[in-house]
Design a protein around this ligand. Sequence first.
Ligand SMILES: N[C@@H](CCC(=O)N[C@@H](CSC=O)C(=O)NCC(=O)O)C(=O)O
Length: 280
Amino acid sequence: MSVEVASEHGCFGGVQGFYRMASPACGGTMRFAVFQPPQARKGRVPVLYYLAGLTCSEETATMKAGAQRVAAELGLMLVMPDTSPRDTGIDGATGDWEFGEAAGFYLDATQAPWSSRFRMETHVVHELSAAVAEHFPADPGRAGIFGHSMGGHGALVLALRHPDKFRSLSAFAPIVAPSQVPWGQKAFSRYLGDHHRAWAEHDACELVQRRPFGGPILIDQGLDDKFLAAQLQPERFEAACAEAGQALTLRRHAGYDHGYYFIASFIEDHLRHHAAQLSA
Ligand SMILES: N[C@@H](CCC(=O)N[C@@H](CSC=O)C(=O)NCC(=O)O)C(=O)O
């Protein structure tokens, strides 16, 4: 599997790069970003996947989250995929910020026409992780995952569905119960059809009750987040974790909204959470 370099930049003693790869799962070229910490020059390092939210790309958190300085200190590689395939040409794939391109929901669509291109679960969990292991000094045995909003949903669901691949988990303002809220219902009804058993396979509240994640989960949520009541509802995940015996630290922060100033304020805690889990 070949990886094409779009650009590379010195960053905190390491390298921030932007790359492209062919994706059989998504039927086209996929973009992604990788931060290699300085420690990666000497050997394989733990790798942390960050999944971004609706309307975002591989550039969003790379440029706005301010993660590189602490990742360099901790020796963590950061991998940031795009949020969906692009330029699909599928009718209805653009023009609605909640669905389609930049809104892939980190699942493999089963319904036409989406199933031909929108297969982000396979792309991230299998294709991208294989490309990262082949082309970068990442240790796939020490991989974690985190994300924001739709990407927080992606992180929770991919870790719960693939505990063999991800050893640490956290999220910022995640969609925790997509089957119960408008963003998830819109996406799932189109990507997965009207099959509620299939929806449950991509719903963190359902999954955690069936099989808790191996380690502790950290979630940060801003209380001035305009999407909190209608779309996010972290109390649902808090209840599901309590019932399942899943260790969860859910921190609620007054004065913070849904944006990247919130993420930048707490990303250091997330990086330290992952570093501790991945070095244990
Ligand atoms: N266009 C929307 C706002 C879109 C938005 O807030 N996107 C969030 C993720 S939302 C859930 O996945 C985001 O991360 N945006 C990028 C940023 O730089 O903030 C609207 O009209 O409200």
